[in-house]
Design a protein around this ligand. Sequence first.
Ligand code: 3EB
Length: 308
Amino acid sequence: MLGAGLLGLQPPAVAAGWPLQHLRAPVLGSNQPAWHEAWQVAEAPLDGHTEGIRWRRAGDLLFGVIELAETPGGADLRTLSTQAYARIFRLLEAQALPHLWRLWNYMADINGTAAGLERYRQFNLGRAEAFEQGARSVVGRVPAACALGVAGGPLSVAFLAGPTAAEPLENPRQVSAYHYPAQYGPRSPTFSRAALVYPPGQELLFISGTASIVGHESVHPGDVVAQTRESMDNVAVVLEQARRHSRSGGHALSELSYRAYVRHAADAPLVQAVMAERVGAAPLVCVLADVCRAELLVEIEAHGLRPL
Ligand code: 3EB
């Protein structure tokens, strides 16, 4: 095991022997109360704990998790975001594995406002500042990611890094997130729409959290079915971009594994019905989470693995 994500409200029964990101959110529309997403490797792993990052390295793959609690009177979310990323960048330099492939960002109250700025926008500020302080580009060659709100708990950032640069992909139907106009906050989000990455002998496609956004605008406010369809239209277009760059023959919609973040628990059956229409019986887990724009009701991410 390189590392894992645990989805569900219950904390792990026993402490994991590997870095584990616990997404403290209810699983929806399933009789399984908890799900694991496990990243398995063939090589013997090396464990580390550096500056609060729990990490594991196997060969040239590195997975890690950092959780930073927000304490009363302590650092704000912008500062914590900068700290989390700065620590990750230092670890990657020390391990000589500079290339971030995928990030999973979770935080409490993502749509709440503090000191006049929405907390997601504070996170974007802190993240962009860390990329700049780490002499990393904030446009173009940036990792795939997601950023969601959960009911409480620390800022939690998990990452997968490797020895080669990820091939970033964008969506021609959408303005690149790193070029969103200033109406969405003082600093744009730092992520690509998808990334193709190459663990030994494999091609791994990460499709970032994908929402009902066309150009840079949210569409279908209040209509979760239309938002899910629009999100999947975006996923399909990103997948077509991936096919053009793929070295493995391309990934099919029905062969990916999906995660849907759903703002209102009651919407889960509607999201599941649209997903069944679009991806058939492909693996799907729905979790209750807040998307980073208040009008967005659903966000969908996916990954696929193919042998080379
Ligand atoms: C969007 O397209 C929806 O800030 O890392 C999706 C994926 C979204 C990643 C991030 C945000 C992020 O803008 C939100």
